[in-house]
Design a protein around this ligand. Structure first.
Ligand SMILES: Nc1nc2c(ncn2[C@@H]2O[C@H](COP(=O)(O)OP(=O)(O)OP(=O)(O)O)[C@@H](O)[C@H]2O)c(=O)[nH]1
Ligand SMILES: [Mg+2]
Length: 441
């Protein structure tokens, strides 16, 4: 493991009141002291006002320096945190001076990787930190914080302990194969195994919802030309993103924008109206619409007023993931006694109700989801592996009782769980986790 001093800007570059630069590694304090005179004498964990200078003494800035001595730091190494004025020039100059003083520019995620390797942070918590930073919607942040607090790890630790318990019970049978009655009857063993498999499967079943929470639900506005899709798209976003005209066929390409509904993350897509296009460009537009429809988590089928559904609309409306939206309600005097949610892009009527429907339909029943949820493909793959091994173990506990083979599968299931928790993280796993981190994290 590398322990050389690394440096990076921890805040995004650009105009801001403050910027934070971090230096971590063996000799971090000595290296930084070349830029921050007197740093070696600063008391640890105390914010001290300091001057930042280049090698020839040229002033860079005045700011706050805080020294964290190993192992009581984020990375577990000696770490210095410098707050300077924000913007482009000053932080860049400070980082350059620290590099000249002997620190290497950090690789993406290198600070967090060192924290994990030094046992300061679990792998699941490191992933959660990345998710928290990437969150654009409050519910995403809730789930990330939950994982950072260890909810998923505690659940996995408990499952892992139950696998070990089962293994222990089997050991007796393996060691004394001729005894008729072990410490527990075979039926009890099978029951414990079945309950465990059930619980692991239940956790695995949260994966689609969790991954949707991380990525945002794909919500596609579809319908006939001129149905009011683009107007509704703009109204939901609160911004004039898509062109609107009275001419049918205004939208030809799909337009995607991120937004939130009741705090849940949504990728909203406006599409070209569905019709039998004859012109080449129109046809291409309709093809794009169909591709998005194929991938949609939720379809908002826009229908002008109380008009009867026809042809393709009927088929779409019959799908479980479709919500019928009756548009332009301000133009239709009589209340429409028809299926669907009535909205008006002009008056804003019905928009909040529609947002609520999007949230519940795309993410299930609100608060249920914040139970520990599998948020990543890595979690899903590892847990699916554990389910497979547990199922195999179950077969060995049935009619053709084979305690030795069952124990082998249980051990493999336990290893999948450990891999997920990160107890035995290999370089491959670490590379995969930290590939998506940004520099300075
Ligand atoms: N009064 C009123 N007019 C609306 C409303 N929504 C849309 N319109 C009008 O209906 C016409 C078509 O609206 P668009 O939003 O462009 O419809 P579209 O479904 O995106 O149409 P295409 O992109 O051509 O498929 C425009 O003249 C809009 O001003 C509404 O809620 N109230
Ligand atoms: Mg349009």
């Amino acid at each position: 493991m590398l322990t050389d001093p690394i440096v990076a800007l921890a805040t995004p570059p650009g105009r801001a009141a403050l910027a934070v630069v971090r230096v971590s590694g063996a000799g971090a304090v000595e290296v930084t002291a070349r830029v921050v005179p007197g740093l070696g004498r600063f008391p640890p964990r105390v914010a001290s006002l300091a001057r930042f200078v280049e090698a020839d003494g040229t002033a860079i800035d005045r700011g706050i320096a805080t020294v964290f001595r190993a192992p009581a730091s984020f990375t577990g190494e000696d770490l210095v945190e410098l707050s300077c004025h924000g913007g482009l020039a000053t932080p860049t100059r400070l980082v350059a001076a620290l590099q000249s003083a002997g620190a290497r520019a950090a690789a993406p995620g290198e600070f967090t990787r060192r924290a994990v390797l030094n046992g300061k942070l679990g792998l699941l918590e490191a992933e959660a930190m990345a998710d928290l930073v990437d969150s654009t919607a409050p519910r995403q942040a809730d789930a990330a914080l939950d994982q950072l607090d260890g909810a998923l790890r505690r659940r996995l630790d408990a499952l892992r302990a139950r696998v070990l318990d089962l293994q222990a019970l089997l050991t007796y049978e393996i060691d004394f194969p001729d005894e008729d009655d072990g410490p527990v009857p075979a039926s009890q063993l099978r029951e414990a195994h079945a309950a465990l498999l059930d619980d692991v499967r239940r956790l695995l079943a949260t994966a689609p919802q969790g991954e949707r929470l991380r990525a945002g639900a794909l919500v596609v506005l579809a319908g006939r030309p001129n149905a009011g899709k683009s107007s509704l798209f703009n109204a939901l976003l609160g911004a004039e993103r898509a062109l609107v005209t009275e001419l049918p066929g205004t939208t030809r390409d799909a337009v995607e924008a991120g937004t939130t509904c009741e705090g849940w993350p949504v990728r909203l897509v406006d599409t070209a109206g569905l019709h039998d296009a004859t012109e080449r460009l129109d046809r291409l537009g309709v093809e794009v619409s169909r591709r998005y429809l194929g991938a949609a988590d939720l379809v908002l089928l826009c229908v002008d007023g109380a008009r009867e559904l026809e042809g393709e609309e009927c088929a779409l409306a019959a799908e479980a993931r479709t919500v019928v939206v009756r548009t332009k309600h301000d133009l239709h005097e009589a209340p429409a006694h028809v299926e669907g949610i009535t909205v008006s892009a002009v008056t804003g009527e019905g928009l909040n109700a529609l947002r609520r429907v999007i949230a519940t339909r795309a993410f299930g029943h609100g608060s249920d989801v914040i139970e520990p949820t599998l948020l990543r493909a890595r979690h899903r793959d590892a847990l699916a592996g554990a389910v497979e091994e547990l199922a195999s173990a179950g077969e060995c506990l049935g009619e053709q009782h084979d305690a030795l083979l069952a124990s082998h599968h249980l051990r493999a299931a336990g290893e999948r769980l450990e891999e997920l928790i990160g107890t035995v993280a290999t370089d491959d796993v670490l590379d995969r986790v930290f590939a998506s981190f940004c520099v300075g994290k």
